[in-house]
Design a protein around this ligand. Sequence first.
Ligand SMILES: [Ca+2]
Ligand SMILES: [Ca+2]
Length: 252
Amino acid sequence: MRPQRLAVFSCAMVFSSAALAQATLTASALNNGTGTSSANGVTLVASVGHAIAHGTSGAGSVTLNGGLMPIVLAASGSGPVNLVSVTSRKTHGAAGTFNLNVLRGVPIGGAISVEPRAIGAGHLIVFTFDSAISQPGTATVTGPASEPLGSASVSFSGNEVRVLIANLPDNRRVNVALAGVNGSSSAQAAIGFLIGDFNDSKSVNATDVSAVKGRSGRFIDADTFRYDVNASGTISAADIAATKVRAGTNMP
Ligand SMILES: [Ca+2]
Ligand SMILES: [Ca+2]
């Protein structure tokens, strides 16, 4: 069976009860935003914040009869989604937001990607799927022995499920797992967190110190963002110091 896609139509529509006792919303009009119509095998469902006389959904249209009402329309069905990419995302002050790619399919004890930037307010791990997310599901964050690590909070936007991991000590291998995405899909990625390990070697040494020193003062871009350890928007003495102090650290 063709998976149904869920589309959320967030319509803050207000009708005057005196002026408009009935409103008819067609699927084609709704599709000017996003989503699919009943013609594509999806039934439109209406839920309302205020009582209405009745609502009906039919072939290609939803008709709502009532008075003053904010309306949220959604297509039923929340089919499975497929993972496209995983990144670790941080905002570097005025320099903007930069995503570190996280290799997929690597076991937690293997050659995982390493996030060399400091945790700040939390590590934001972004799972991007091939279609819109309606339910982010739940996230678990565990270590190599499946022990719970840190605290995870989940949000979603567009095709992304975002997991913010707080209270996580540095120098850890972590498995981030999602379950119940759009009701039934799951996803997983392993990542390491080690401040100053710019080359995924799982250790901080002279090579890393030299690398950040060599980029001091450079603009933050796709090639240099990882050296802005504190995500301040510049590569400076603070980033070099944060790396130096970890020289000799090896990821377990
Ligand atoms: Ca290294
Ligand atoms: Ca910096």
